[in-house]
Design a protein around this ligand. Structure first.
Ligand code: ZN
Length: 100
């Protein structure tokens, strides 16, 4: 038995769990731990079955996220993951003190 599922042009793939439903591309929340910090990605691309509800995170996106979160790629971190965390802390603004 050999599966041929190399049709990348088709955005809907059959579910590997129930084999009756189809995996639809959706954006769901993704959580992962980076050291002691819980990283939240609110709109992470994933594939969700419309029958059994099986959820698979997009492999390409996972790979990119892993690269982003890896220490070696820290300098390249252009995503807004860290910016989001900052926004929560930014509740009290520090007024810049300018000498006259
Ligand atoms: Zn399914």
């Amino acid at each position: 038995m050999s599966e041929q599922s190399s049709s990348l042009m088709n955005s809907v793939t059959p579910c590997s769990e129930c084999q009756a439903g189809h995996m639809h591309r959706q954006y769901i929340a993704y959580y992962t731990w980076l050291g002691d910090e819980l990283i939240t990605v609110p709109d992470f691309p994933a594939w969700v079955c419309d029958i059994c509800g099986r959820c698979e995170y997009d492999e390409n996106a996972l790979t990119r996220l892993t690269l982003l979160l890896s220490p070696n790629a820290g300098k390249n971190l252009s995503s807004n993951l860290r910016l989001r965390k900052r926004e929560n802390v930014k509740s009290k603004l520090q007024r810049p003190s300018q000498p006259e």
